[in-house]
Design a protein around this ligand. Structure first.
Ligand code: COA
Length: 363
């Protein structure tokens, strides 16, 4: 048996949900290019596309908007639970705990779209409850007239957000909703394959997402930019990291060996929002220099800018605090997890790979 420790090149499922084409730099959701959906379609519409296989018509669009808005209310016990978790507990751990607490009986049985909407709608409220609890401020009253993306910013910031900020965040949500068999999605599929419930699949996927090699990267990008600080320090700083074998956050991808189409789309949006900001000019310079030096230190590995690099810029431009970066990614990717959980359940086979034993044997 040939061991593939990262499972690269192993095909574990057939999927109709998305195509991640690493050579051509394409991301396709159910036949539509993700970059074309971003800016043209709402996050709720794209969730419908990923779950049902087609975009909603006008009547369905309105119905979906209402369903998402109605599902935002957090049960009282969850509010108490969130308030009772120690202050020092990290946001992703709080969310994983809160999601776990939802569990049975409402989420028993095979995953459904109804359950998926409920969880996806609740996440921003869970995040806002925790954030306001820590700040000692009130969570704003729900506004059913606002879209999912607008409502997220509204809950966090306490005011109706600027349309440019909503458009940017919504495009980010659309671009990152789904991405094939990444680590957290695979986790969700493994859990679903045991005929466990959607809450368990999502709680496990949250655990996979928070790692710095996956969804934890955008805050790493900001820390890197902070440490670099000025233009003169860019080259020596990057050389030092690469010389000691450290990774540059926001670069490299298991599948994309050309530009990540999501990074390109987010860069365009970030330029429109923040071109004049000194931190953004520094980020653009760092990207240029990083790509040059990655080629020098890692020739032939084709390491390019990934989605997390400009996600960090979008988050900063719309005013999200750094501790919410991974949580914000979670708010979009939960849609992809649910799509995969439903697909896995519909054509289930227990996922159970093999391993090669290298330990001692009894004499
Ligand atoms: N910085 C420096 N070197 C990197 C790198 C990065 N961001 N990404 C990959 N490399 C190097 C590896 O060190 C390795 O070098 P080697 O051949 O000399 O050992 C080579 O490129 C191949 O890397 P490998 O570990 O096989 O790639 P992978 O498919 O496992 O990595 C990631 C994918 C995403 C885990 C990796 O690129 C990474 O750690 N990136 C930074 C974290 C990040 O931005 N994550 C968000 C992903 S969307």
């Amino acid at each position: 048996m040939k061991v593939k420790p990262g499972l690269e090149g192993i095909v574990a499922a057939e999927t109709g949900i998305s195509l991640v084409d690493g050579e051509k730099g394409r991301l396709i959701y159910r036949g539509c290019r993700a970059e074309e959906l971003a800016g043209a379609r709402s996050f709720e519409e794209v969730a419908h596309l990923l779950w049902k296989g087609r975009l909603p018509d006008t009547a369905e669009r309105e119905r979906e908007r209402r369903r998402w808005a109605e599902a935002r209310v957090v049960p009282a016990f969850l509010q108490e639970l969130i308030a009772g978790i120690p202050r020092e507990t990290a946001m992703m751990d709080v969310i994983r705990t809160a999601v776990s607490a939802l569990g049975s009986p409402s989420f028993e049985g095979p995953p459904t779209e109804e359950q998926a909407i409920r969880i996806a709608s609740l996440l921003p409220t869970i995040i806002a409850l925790r954030l306001h609890h820590l700040k000692g401020s009130e969570v704003p009253k729900p506004r059913p007239d606002l879209s999912h993306a607008a409502h997220y910013l509204y809950l966090l910031q306490g005011k109706v957000p600027a349309p440019a900020h909503v458009r940017a965040l919504e495009a980010y949500f659309v671009l990152t909703a789904e991405h094939g068999m990444n680590a957290s999605t695979f986790t969700a599929r493994v859990v679903t394959s045991t005929r466990s419930d959607l809450i368990s699949a999502i709680a496990a996927a949250i655990g996979a997402l928070k790692g710095p090699l996956h969804g934890g990267a955008p805050s790493g990008v900001e820390s890197m930019l902070d440490e670099i600080g000025t233009e003169e320090r860019i080259e020596p700083w990057i050389r030092e990291q690469l010389a000691k074998g450290d990774r540059l956050m926001g670069f490299g991808h298991r599948i994309y060996k050309t530009e990540d189409p999501r990074a390109a789309a987010l860069r365009d949006i970030a330029v429109r929002l923040a071109a004049e900001e000194p931190w953004f000019r520094l980020a653009v310079q760092v990207e240029k220099e990083a790509l040059r030096l990655l080629e020098e230190y890692k020739p032939g590995r084709r390491i390019r800018t990934n989605v997390e690099y400009y996600a960090a810029a979008i988050f900063r431009a719309v005013g999200l605090p750094r501790e919410l970066y991974t949580a914000t990614f979670l708010c979009s990717r939960v849609v992809g997890w649910a799509a995969h959980a439903m697909e896995q359940a519909a054509h289930n086979r227990l996922i159970r790979p093999d391993s090669v034993y290298t330990g001692p044997v009894p004499r």
